[in-house]
Structure formats: structure tokens, C-alpha cells
Design a protein around this ligand. Structure first.
Ligand code: NAD
Length: 357
């Protein structure tokens, strides 16, 4: 089997992580790297890679099959188009571009030269997400009607360019793109409306977090939230269905399910003291009325990102990360920006059906 030769453009945090992913996969290999910073060129050399002197050296090198774009977000469009026009297949980091109009230009270029363009939406492979997907599809808590997906930290926005609008910084384009990609592929129903609030408490020119409320045509509602000023974290996932609720507290943890038992004749909850008053409504159900379960099953992903990419290039396999799905996520991101800016609910008829590209 001939391995696909991948050249990494941008040897920063993610570029060097890709180098490891690529070397672990039998279908692909790193044939070299290029970074505009000398310091990063040196790191790549120390890591044992051939270092290209310029982007053009990569583009004119016939040995290079694939260009991996792992640079700050504002450069994805131009680098991807240049690589495609020189006949390379392209893997691009998320967010694919800054908006859908840039993305359309990239897709147009890929179509013209008949090369594969795939976005690295790697969090489709996250175990916690695949657990939620399995739980959702197998109706482990009945028909799901509400999903809350959150990532929260207390370290502010990391790095340098992520603070700046001109580089495509901000948390909606950073973590938001992952969580929205997950939720849209999970619910798999047209989106009806979006309401959103962006946070600017750190005083950067870009959002340091956001909260969005999504309503899907099948009735499912989702809250998607990213925070970087949260010293106390809420659970990573909280799901409610017609038969019970599920929670995953953090990455690497199992889902905890609490379901209605349907045991007949269970004693009704008695009022409890709550604060300065009494409540029956909020009293815990009796142990007989519920079933507690730990759920650890995950939806299966047959191929890793790179194996799937290899098959797409060599066997015209169906990409796991489809461009139309990524396009839809970018449309929703635009709707979230609009909803936050105008403080209104955005109705998504214009984005709801499969977007034609
Ligand atoms: P980084 O700042 O650590 O690295 C970016 C590197 O690109 C730097 O070394 C910089 O010198 C280099 N660079 C900038 N412009 C360049 C150009 N024109 N040509 C060549 N090199 C150039 O940033 P990062 O955290 O590695 O992020 C890079 C990309 O990866 C971003 O798009 C980010 O959103 C994405 N990312 C994805 C994930 C994921 O899980 N999929 C995680 C982190 C970052």
C-alpha cells in the first residue's frame, strides 16, 4: 500500500499533534512541514521532519499528495485554495473558514480541480459524544426532548491570535464549532430557530464564551454553551427524555441514567422542608419509583479520521465529515452571531434544509 504523503502547514500546537496522529496511521505519513516562524521550523526539525522553506516549495513538490492546513483561522481559505489549485488534496482544521462565503470559494476551488477537501471535525470521535449518540439513538431515556452540551473552563481565552477578531478568534469559532457540529449531527433534523448570547466579560474584541438555544423541527431543544470564566463547571452533557434523565459530568466519565421504574403502588413523594418553605413538587422520588443505571456504550466509528480520509481519496468512500454538514454548522454560527447582535430569535427557514453547495 502506498501511503499518502502529507505536508503540514502550520507546525504549532495542532500541527504537531497532527504529526503524531498521522504517524500512528498506516495509510498516511508526514513528508514535511512548513511554518512562518523560525522557532517552529526548528521544532519540526528537532522532531525529525523535513522542513520546507516556503509554502511554494510544498505546492510545487510532486511527492506531496495532501496539504494539512493547521494555521490560525483567518488563513484557512487562502492556504486551502492555493493547495487545491496546485493539485493537492486538503485537510483543513476547524473552523473551516471565517464564514460561509469564504467556505463557498474553497468548495468551488475543490470542485474545479476534483480534489478532496475535508475538515478535521475530530470531536465526532469523542467518547462522551459517542455515548450520548448511542443513548439518543437507542432511546435509553425514551424520546429525548432536551440536550444540554457544555464545555467550561476558568482560564480565559488561550494563546495570542485567539484573542483577535482579524485572526478569527473567539470561542464561538473555536470550541463552538465543535459542539455545534456534534449537536447538529446528533439530532439530525432541520433547525427551526436560534437564540444566543455572546460573552465579552474579559474585555477582548472577541467573544470569550456564548450560550445558544437551538430548536429543531423534530421538537428537540438544545442548549449549547462555551465558557472560559467558569470557576464552577456544569456537567459536560445533560439529557432529558420521556422516560428519564442522563448526565455525563466530564470527559472520560460514564453516563449516569435515572429512569422512571413504572413500579405500581409506589408511595407518592411527601412534602419536604426546602429553604424556608415546604415542597412536594421538588421532593426526591422514592427509591422504588426510579432505576439508576450507569451507561458506558458508545456508537461505533468504523474508521479513524485519517483512515476515512485515505479511503475517500483512494476509493471514493463517503467522507465521515461531509462538506455539507460543515457548511450547515457555519450557517448556524452566522445565525448565532446575528441572534446575539440583534438580541432576537433567528428563524432558520433559510438554513434548515440540506444546504446545497
Ligand atoms: P498555534 O498558534 O499553536 O499554531 C499555528 C501555527 O501556524 C503557528 O506556529 C504559526 O506560526 C503558524 N502559521 C501562521 N500562519 C502561517 C502561514 N501562513 N503559513 C505557515 N504557518 C503559519 O495554533 P493552533 O492551536 O495549533 O491552531 C491552529 C488551527 O488548528 C486553528 O485553526 C485551530 O482552530 C485549530 N485547532 C483545532 C483543534 C481540534 O481539536 N480540531 C485543536 C486546536 C486547534
Amino acid at each position: 500500500m502506498t501511503k499518502l504523503q502529507v505536508a503540514i502547514v502550520g507546525y504549532g500546537g495542532m500541527g504537531s499533534f497532527h504529526a503524531k496522529l498521522i504517524e500512528e496511521n498506516p495509510n498516511v505519513t508526514v513528508c514535511g512541514t512548513f511554518d512562518i516562524l523560525d522557532t517552529r521550523q526548528k521544532v519540526a526539525q528537532i522532531d525529525g521532519y523535513r522542513v520546507f522553506e516556503s509554502l511554494e516549495d510544498i505546492l510545487f513538490d510532486n511527492e506531496v499528495d495532501v496539504v494539512l492546513v493547521a494555521t490560525p483561522n483567518d488563513s484557512h481559505k487562502d492556504l486551502s485554495i492555493k493547495a487545491l489549485q496546485s493539485g493537492k488534496h486538503v485537510i483543513c482544521e476547524k473552523p473551516v473558514t471565517l464564514n460561509t462565503s469564504e467556505y463557498s470559494e474553497v468548495l468551488e476551488a475543490a470542485k474545479k480541480v476534483n480534489r478532496v477537501f475535508m475538515v478535521h471535525q475530530n470531536r465526532r470521535w469523542d467518547e462522551d459524544f459517542l455515548m450520548i449518540k448511542k443513548l439518543y439513538t437507542d432511546r435509553k431515556v425514551g424520546d429525548v426532548f432536551q440536550i444540554e452540551s457544555r464545555v467550561q473552563g476558568a482560564n480565559g481565552i488561550p494563546g495570542d491570535w485567539r484573542h483577535m477578531k482579524e485572526f478569527g478568534g473567539g470561542m464561538l469559532l473555536d470550541w463552538g464549532v465543535h459542539l455545534l457540529d456534534q449537536i447538529l449531527t446528533l439530532v439530525n433534523s432541520p433547525l427551526k430557530s436560534v437564540a444566543a448570547d455572546l460573552s465579552y466579560v474579559l474585555g477582548n474584541g472577541v467573544d470569550d464564551g456564548f450560550m445558544s438555544h437551538l430548536t429543531f423541527e423534530n421538537g428537540v431543544k438544545a442548549i449549547v454553551e462555551v465558557g472560559t470564566t467558569n470557576f464552577v463547571k456544569l456537567p459536560r452533557w445533560y439529557v432529558r427524555g420521556t422516560d428519564g434523565s442522563a448526565v455525563i459530568h466530564d470527559w472520560g466519565e460514564k453516563a449516569q441514567l435515572v429512569k422512571r421504574s413504572n413500579v405500581q403502588g409506589v408511595e407518592k413523594p411527601k412534602p419536604i422542608q426546602a429553604g424556608a418553605g415546604l415542597t412536594k413538587t421538588m421532593a426526591p422520588p422514592s427509591e422504588l419509583a426510579i432505576i439508576k443505571e450507569t451507561f458506558n456504550e458508545t456508537e461505533t466509528m468504523e474508521d479513524s479520521f485519517y483512515t476515512n480520509f485515505y479511503k475517500v481519496v483512494t476509493e471514493q468512500a463517503i467522507p465521515i465529515v461531509k462538506n455539507e454538514e460543515v457548511f450547515r454548522v457555519m450557517k448556524v454560527i452566522e445565525a448565532i452571531f446575528e441572534a446575539a447582535e440583534t438580541e432576537s430569535i433567528i428563524h432558520l427557514d433559510k438554513y434548515s434544509k440540506a444546504v446545497s453547495i
